[in-house]
Design a binder for this molecule. Structure first.
Ligand code: PMP
Length: 571
């Protein structure tokens, strides 16, 4: 069955939804009734129709007074500690421990999940979508190739995103928004509408609390001391590495290197592997879609070593032209480095195919995941990239922390790029023996607290379910695109069939910064400028665009406000 989210004509009205929901609660054994007036508490219009698409699809009956989307942190499992200080850390979590340590701020009581699990027992493994109490239609999975997971609304005992319980709670934008304190911020007397997610994402309370907790209870340098806090900090940091490993489906934690962000990760590969293995005459292929971070480091290397850079062209919709790419590949191609999602246009590239073709030509491949990890499930083993990079701040984590994934053998045969403490096994004045990966690439004291915060962000999106996030954001994109096209004089830049999150445009007669500042007066934050991707904007004959970019906490109502404000430009 296909669902048109713009067609609200056959949806029951809100009173009818309440009545159906109450009836459902009354009739379902073991599932407590919603608190009185729970439905009155629902914020007005989170969807363009007054009802959020996800709520429509799932018939979600979350207690909005008491949303529970936090979750436990694996680091706090009292049974595991790398301290070797027997039970010292674990003891803090024993029943005798101080109350604040028994009930840590980011530990989750999960009553909502428990309730739902209770219901699911009665539904015994039936598709949740088919049991919607509100009587709305279950969604049909969109055809986007990157949404290749089964429906996130189905109980999936074997799904890694679901964790040990096999349980993924339904996605509800109202509940999710309550986790992001900054979304309540007033800007110019209006509630903030954050549509600048491609530049950076906002942080849920779970991430903010986790970082505070680190500084209040765990702060120490890592790996180096036999005292309690060194053990806590090391556990927290290495626990975060494990979370990243699972998030990307890497084969080992040794493949996960913490860096400052995507930019530093690409520079690391250029300045270590590139310096060591590339020689005059070798060729590097990038795509026309690249962010400057995936152009400049290769240019620097090329001019130093006499390498050649070739560029995969895109068509008028901003899609990679695969036939042209194939023509560029040859025996001199040593590296293909490209983005999985364009930050300027939103194009989702056929990443697995590009990787496969590069490997066929004997080249290594780096995938820039800065704009993909927050919008779709990523599996580096399925992708088979040699390196994959992303930034924590674009996936609801802190700034100043990011990840370089690399295949373990490749990392271990690559020379380090920075020297110092932490990355060595032994040092004499004559010789230094380096650690294997990841240590060999983490010289000096890293950003420990923010790595831990990134771990909390990964827990957060994993719990929502990357598949559910991708589908919800796809709704938003589908909702926004035709509405924007109706704005007089508006030209969308980037109209690929496979797109994620980004809606770049220009409007006749207006400078992009003028539009940015008019939207700002309404509390709407969008990026206007060249988005650090000048070559691709010039391919479309512009120097700058206005770029609203979406995340899972955005709503159709916010899109309505954006579009109405743009209509107002002409009035
Ligand atoms: N690649 C892409 C596609 C990006 O969008 C960005 C950030 N806009 C980067 C790389 C660089 O990320 P960072 O500035 O976090 O290092």
């Amino acid at each position: 069955m296909s669902t048109n989210i713009n067609d609200h004509s056959n949806l029951p009205d809100i009173q009818e939804l309440e009545r159906l929901a109450n009836e459902f609660f009354k009739n379902s054994d073991g599932f407590s009734s919603p608190p009185e007036n729970a439905f009155d508490a629902q914020p007005k219009s989170v969807g363009g129709s007054g009802i959020s698409p996800s709520a429509i699809e799932q018939g979600n009956a979350v207690d909005l007074q008491n949303p529970q989307t936090g979750f436990a942190d694996a680091n706090l499992d009292p049974s595991r500690s790398s301290s070797g200080l027997d039970g010292a850390y674990a003891g803090k979590l024993s029943p005798e421990a101080p109350k604040n340590l028994q009930q840590l701020p980011y530990q989750d009581e999960q009553p909502y999940e428990l309730e739902l699990r209770e219901v699911l027992k009665h539904l015994s493994g039936i598709n949740i979508g088919a049991q919607i109490p509100f009587g709305a239609a279950p969604i049909e999975k969109p055809s986007f190739y990157f949404l290749n997971e089964p429906s996130p609304f189905i109980l999936r005992p074997d799904n890694r995103a679901a964790g040990a319980t096999g349980f993924i709670p339904p996605f509800d934008v109202n509940t999710v928004r309550n986790d992001f304190p900054i979304l309540q911020e007033q800007v110019n007397g209006r509630q903030l509408v954050w549509l600048d997610n491609a530049a950076t994402t906002q942080k849920p309370k779970q991430v903010i609390d986790r970082i505070s907790y680190f500084y209040e209870h765990e702060n120490s340098n890592i790996h180096r001391a036999a005292h309690e806090l060194a053990a806590r900090a090391t556990d927290a940091y290495e626990g975060a590495r494990k979370k990243v490993k699972e998030f990307l489906n890497a084969a080992s934690t040794n493949e996960i290197i913490f860096v400052r962000g995507a930019t530093e990760a690409i520079n690391l590969v250029a300045k270590s592997w590139g310096e060591q293995f590339l020689h005059a005459g070798d060729e590097i292929i990038v795509s026309h879609l690249e962010h400057h971070a995936n152009i400049v480091p290769w240019q620097q290397l090329a001019s130093k070593k006499g390498l050649k850079i070739k560029v995969i062209p895109v068509d008028d919709d901003g899609q990679i032209i695969i036939d042209e790419y194939v023509k560029l590949l040859g025996p001199k191609t040593k590296l293909v480095s490209f983005t999985q999602v364009s930050n300027a246009l939103g194009t989702v590239t056929p990443a697995a195919q590009i990787v496969q073709l590069a490997h066929g030509a004997g080249a290594k491949v780096l995938v820039d995941g800065a704009q993909s990890v927050s919008h779709m499930p990523v599996d580096v083993r399925a992708l088979d990239a040699d390196w994959f990079v992303f930034s924590g701040h674009k996936v609801f984590g802190p700034t100043g922390i990011g990840v370089l994934y690399g295949k373990e053998d490749l990392l271990n045969e690559t020379q380090p790029w920075q020297g110092g403490g932490n990355m060595i096994v032994d040092v004499t004045f004559e010789h230094t023996q380096y650690h294997k990966a990841p240590g060999r690439f983490e010289a000096g004291t890293g950003n420990i607290a923010d790595a831990v915060g990134l771990g909390a962000a990964i827990d957060y999106v994993t719990k929502l379910g990357m598949g559910a996030i991708a589908i919800y954001e796809h709704y938003l994109l589908d909702y926004a695109t035709p509405l924007l096209k109706e704005v007089k004089g508006l030209r969308l830049i980037g109209t690929a069939a496979e797109k994620a999150s980004v809606l770049s445009f220009v409007i006749d007669g207006y400078k992009t910064e003028e539009i940015g500042s008019i939207l700002n007066k309404e509390g709407i934050a969008v990026r206007s400028g060249h988005h650090c991707a000048q070559p691709i904007l010039r391919r479309f004959g512009v120097e700058a665009t206005v770029r609203p970019s979406l995340a899972f906490y955005n709503t159709c109502a916010e899109i309505d406000l954006l579009v109405n404000t743009l209509h107002g430009l002409k009035r």
